[in-house]
Design a protein around this ligand. Structure first.
Ligand code: FMN
Length: 156
């Protein structure tokens, strides 16, 4: 079984969760590619049996160019600003048999707010007919992280 974990990450927290998920899948014997969204092609759904998608929650949903620019002003590296999961979803080629799971990271202090990048991505994918597992959120301290205690292990 071939799996891909595609992630967007401005400050590294979503990347850490994605890596933990990928390692856990490898331990089950799957062949797993861990792909930053900047390098993710339009054919990922067509070429894998399982695709896990991870994104940081920005402004109650998936990031936009403006929220990524804001993250860069807060210290995120400029090279991750160009492309997010939202833009990648827009480009994706359709596939029939793929199974999809979604997660996000978000600020623990904002957990009372409804928005979630993973729920947003799941909604867009379900509208296209995909069967998507329930969205999962992992929490960070402050706006930039670090990941809250035990979240990396929970991701595994
Ligand atoms: C511009 C911006 C907007 C954000 N908006 C939200 C939000 O609406 N809800 C939330 O829970 N966290 C919000 N956050 C916190 C991010 O979710 C947090 O930076 C992210 O989980 C860190 O993941 P990363 O290190 O992979 O970028 C925001 C952060 C930024 C920079």
């Amino acid at each position: 079984m071939r799996a891909a974990v595609v992630y967007e990450s401005m400050f590294g927290n979503t990347a850490t969760v994605a890596s933990s998920v990928a390692n856990a899948l490898r331990r089950t014997g799957m062949e797993v590619r861990l792909i930053p969204v900047a390098l993710a092609g339009a054919d990922v759904l067509c070429t894998h049996d399982l695709v896990v998608i991870g994104a940081p929650t920005h402004a109650l949903g998936m990031s936009r160019p403006s929220t990524r620019a804001d993250a860069v002003l807060r210290g995120a590296p400029a090279e991750v600003e160009a492309r997010g999961i939202r833009e990648w979803l827009d480009e994706l080629e359709d596939a029939e048999l793929v199974r999809i799971a979604v997660f996000d990271t978000r600020a623990r202090a904002m957990r009372h707010l409804p928005g979630s990048a993973a729920k947003h991505a799941a909604h867009l994918l379900r509208r296209r007919g995909y069967d998507v597992a329930p969205a999962v959120s992992f929490y960070v301290g402050g706006l930039e992280g670090p990941l809250a205690h035990d979240e990396e292990a929970r991701a595994g």
